[in-house]
Design a protein around this ligand. Structure first.
Ligand SMILES: [Zn+2]
Length: 437
């Protein structure tokens, strides 16, 4: 008999790799932070002596979801500036509110709120682009969730950084600080091409290539952004990024609602990843990313919720569903945006975009034990014909009842293990009462 810490089994398992497979009556053996083995439940029970055994009687086991783009602390701005167009929403509502409210305490509380929501709805890794990334990183380590900190590079003065050089200095310190922390990856987070100078873009391109560090940027979010770039520089930002050496497998281009055929070739040939944030784009009437077209050109596409200020949810299952619906709408083809492909986008393709697909994103022996269970005997899901369809089109986000990251339970039988929900609710209400006047 081999020893393991946990043996967990369920009637259905979606390992994601290999693709499109549903395993029945399988189990995972977890040892420390890793998946030690995966196989038929009866076989693993005969092979392993487990410290803990969990049999989930009517559940789906699958990898935790990967939210590839967001601004976690903006959960505290949820519902502010509703029904405003992007420019007005940013310039007249969000940026003034952030200028007034921004400090380390706000970031910590907002991040905790976002983490609680994400864990409850099955997210085990998220990417964050926000001020005070060192506070976000510590909050993630404290709560045991995996994160990519895309530290913000933006030209205007903010409470975290005086200018881009200052932000780079602070962010690169963070990069070195978290070098050996398994849960945290640090990436460059240039806010957008239009909010950085030519000089800064060149500098960022240089660091990205020298340090071999991931880069996440908001790119081609709206038609106006592209039109302004063409008016100012004679070409779209994609060409500018190409010139400074930023297009490539280390780049995560967020939004991409506008893309010409020539730009598509540049993105595809360079191996640039795209992050699709469908709710945020539709809510701000920015259009949507042509995922089916990108997939046909072999571009890797991940999914993100964006911040709660523009979503307002952080539920990756509802985001994945919208991605599937839009892919069908894109070509008026119900056979596009299949449920298995959508599950892969929300898990392994997200990990690939963040450069951590050797660590997480699928259930495979040797990978981190980042997995979730979904109770299929929940209203909005039952009865079950096809587990892939159930998780994409059923109301799976509210049926998640167990979440593990690195082998540690962050949600057990529907209860958060690291955060007290009543205490968090009280702190959010207190913050809101003090700051909404
Ligand atoms: Zn964003």
């Amino acid at each position: 008999m081999n020893a393991c810490d946990l043996l967990i089994s369920a009637p259905w398992m979606l390992p994601v790799a290999p693709q499109n497979i549903v395993l029945e009556n399988h189990a995972l053996a977890v040892r420390g932070s890793h998946i030690e083995a995966l196989g038929p439940a009866a076989e693993l029970q005969a092979q392993y002596q487990a410290q803990h055994t969990i049999h989930l009687p009517h559940h789906i086991l699958m990898p935790g979801l990967i939210n590839a783009h967001g601004h976690a602390a903006m959960s505290l701005l949820r519902g502010a500036g509703e029904d405003e167009p992007l420019e007005v929403w940013l310039n007249d509502t969000i940026w003034p509110m952030e200028a007034r409210l921004m400090n380390a305490d706000y970031v910590r509380l907002g991040t905790e709120l976002a983490i609680a929501e994400m864990i409850r709805s099955g997210t085990t890794t998220f990417s964050d682009m926000y001020f005070y990334p060192e506070v976000v990183g510590q909050t993630c380590v404290d709560n045991g969730i995996r994160v990519q900190l895309a530290f913000p590079l933006i030209e205007f003065v903010n409470p975290w950084s005086k200018n881009v050089a200052d932000a780079l200095h602070k962010g690169l310190e963070l990069f070195h600080h978290y070098r050996h922390e398994n849960l945290v990856n640090v990436a460059l987070g240039p806010h957008a091409a239009y909010s950085l100078s030519e000089h800064d873009m060149e500098h960022i391109g240089m660091y990205a290539n020298e340090l071999d560090i991931m880069v996440q940027i908001h790119l081609h979010e709206t038609a106006a952004e592209v039109a302004n770039a063409v008016a100012q520089t004679g070409q779209s930002w994609i060409y500018r990024l190409h010139e400074v050496g930023l297009l490539g497998p280390q780049l995560q281009a967020v939004h991409m609602t506008q893309i010409s055929d020539a730009e598509l070739s540049l993105i595809a040939d360079s191996g640039t990843h795209v992050v699709h944030c469908p709710t945020s784009n539709l809510k701000l009437a920015s259009g949507y990313c042509p995922v089916d077209k990108l997939h046909n050109a072999d571009v890797n596409v991940a999914i993100g919720t964006d911040g709660a200020a523009s979503n307002n949810r952080l539920d990756m299952f509802s985001e994945a569903r919208l991605a599937a619906l839009l892919a069908k709408h894109e070509n008026a083809n119900a056979a596009a945006g299949t449920a298995p492909n959508t599950v892969r986008m929300a898990t392994l393709d997200g990990a690939k975009a963040l450069g951590i697909n050797d660590v997480t994103g699928s259930l495979e022996a040797g990978k981190a034990a980042d997995f979730i269970s979904i109770n299929t005997q929940t209203l909005g899901l039952m009865p079950l014909y096809n587990p892939f369809a159930t998780v994409v089109h059923g109301d799976a986000g509210q049926a998640v009842d167990n979440v593990f990251v690195n082998g540690q339970a962050l949600l057990r039988e529907g209860e958060l293990t690291q955060l007290s929900l009543s205490d968090l609710t009280q702190r959010v209400q207190n913050w809101h009462a003090q700051n909404s006047a």
